[in-house]
Design a binder for this molecule. Structure first.
Ligand SMILES: [Zn+2]
Length: 129
């Protein structure tokens, strides 16, 4: 019978790392075969917490909740192009038509409304943030 030498800490750590690598690769292959791809994206932290909370409530992996939420959400948002620019007053996303303007449609309308009800001197003041 072969006697087993006790592993050193570094040998043990190397074995654990190797096993983790193999398991991780098997998991990746299993998911790829199932038609899954990885998604790395930046979202608001509040939305991530909401996603985690909903996944916990549904008792399912975050990936499944995220896939269901994205699929449902994509059917509800318009596919028209949107600008990378935001309104300087309210911070909402600008439409492509207005992306070179400082204010969005509703803030512009509110400013125009105010201009008709304020004195000319006040019109020159910069809008409140
Ligand atoms: Zn605005």
């Amino acid at each position: 019978m072969m006697t087993q030498r006790k592993l050193t800490d570094s040998e043990l750590a190397a074995n654990v790392r190797q096993r983790n690598r193999v398991n991780s690769e098997r998991r990746r292959q299993r998911l790829a075969i199932a038609g899954k791809v990885q998604l790395l994206t930046w979202i608001p932290d509040t939305l991530r917490r909401e996603l985690d909370s909903v996944a916990a409530a549904r008792r399912e992996p975050v990936s499944e909740t995220a896939a269901a939420a994205i699929a449902a959400g994509l059917r509800q948002i318009p596919t028209t192009p949107i600008s990378a620019y935001h309104c300087l007053r309210c911070g909402s996303r600008m439409t492509v038509e207005r992306e070179r303007e400082p204010l969005c449609d509703s803030c512009e309308a509110a400013t125009a409304q105010m201009a008709t009800t304020t004195t000319p001197a006040l019109k020159r003041q910069s809008p409140a943030a």
